[in-house]
Design a protein around this ligand. Structure first.
Ligand code: SF4
Ligand code: SF4
Length: 323
């Protein structure tokens, strides 16, 4: 019997159209075992709750700076800096702030309560929509995630699991039994490059997908692969070609769709609110020409595999970039 520990939730995002088919509710869990340099959800990395600062609301009164007994919070020229490693989550600063500029991201939910919360949204799921469990890395909380997926499926709700795949194989395959769709990231095929840009190797990630593919195929479950196109990291032709060859090969029969997701910097404010620097803060969008070239290359490698290829996200026009 599965244990049901509390679930560490970052956010419940309703009416989402980006995490699977139809209108969905996406449950973002906290905690991740990768450290992708371009991460778009930095507040999800730490498994613990984190204190976030809202620049727009802040009136610069320094009350938070004065009340923190742990030296975790300081007011700098660029705003409030919070050193998460020193923060005891006493929440004195949150209570003291007169403008509501500080709040906590992350909350423990009883899994049954979370299930009840997700059920409230079924009115808009329709035929295609449903619930997607994402993160962070959701399978760092495997018992709760598996229980939730199973409970949702039993009520007839379409389920999707969004994982980076650097997880225990048995726990991954067990959770998959209750998912209608697997959203799976493949970022880099070169192991050394994967380690350099994400902090972890890719052998387990690729191996888990190879092991899951026959089951996905036989059971008629859907598999969507996503590759973030990150300038200077994942956007080389060699990398995209290598991923295409892998997808058209050992797992190809199971793959329905491959998305190349163009980099964006919409998450910059999240880094600012956490008082963290971001290596990609000055990085420009991928040009439309570069994106099209990668898509053409990917299409030619996929050949007649039957895998649908999609480019997503905003790009900048080549003419603008040349001005
Ligand atoms: S929660 Fe407590 S320890 Fe953390 S920054 Fe605020 S006052 Fe300091
Ligand atoms: S207490 Fe609130 S308003 Fe005052 S400086 Fe800190 S975050 Fe800004």
């Amino acid at each position: 019997m599965l244990l049901k520990p509390p679930v560490n939730v970052l956010n419940i995002q309703r009416m989402s159209t980006e995490d699977g088919p139809g209108l969905r509710t996406t449950l973002f869990l906290k905690g991740c075992n990768l450290r992708c340099a371009w991460c778009h959800n930095p507040e999800s990395i730490d498994a613990r709750p984190v204190v976030q600062w809202n620049k727009v609301r802040c009136i610069g009164c320094r009350s938070c700076n004065d009340v923190c007994q742990n030296g975790a919070l300081r007011l700098t020229e660029r705003g409030i800096f919070i050193a998460a490693e020193n923060c005891s989550l006493c929440l004195d600063c949150v209570e003291e702030c007169p403008s509501g500029s500080l709040n906590v991201k992350g909350e423990d939910f009883e899994v049954e309560k979370l299930f009840t919360e997700l059920l409230k949204d079924r009115a808009y799921f329709g035929e295609d929509g449903g619930v997607t469990i994402s993160g962070g890395e959701p399978l760092l909380q495997p018992e709760a995630v598996t229980w939730l997926l199973e409970a949702l499926k039993k009520t007839g709700i379409n389920t999707a699991l969004d994982t980076a795949g650097l997880v225990n194989t048995d726990l991954f395959l067990r959770a998959l039994q209750h998912a209608d769709l697997l959203l799976y990231d493949i970022k880099l095929m070169d192991d050394a490059e994967h380690r350099r840009h994400t902090g972890g190797g890719n052998a387990r990630i690729l191996d888990n997908l190879v092991k899951a593919a026959p089951f996905l195929k036989e059971s008629g479950k859907r598999l969507w692969i996503r590759t973030p196109v990150i300038p200077g990291a994942t956007d080389s032709k060699e990398n995209i070609r290598a991923i295409a060859v892998f997808l058209a090969g050992p797992v190809g029969d199971a793959v329905e769709r491959w998305e190349l997701c163009a980099f964006n910097n919409l998450c910059l404010h999240k880094y600012e609110s956490l008082g963290r620097d971001w290596a990609y803060k000055d990085t420009a969008l991928v040009t439309d020409q570069a994106m099209n070239e990668l898509l053409l290359l990917a299409a030619s490698e996929l050949k007649s595999s039957g895998i649908e290829l999609h480019g997503t996200g905003s790009t900048r026009s080549t003419s603008t970039s040349e001005e």
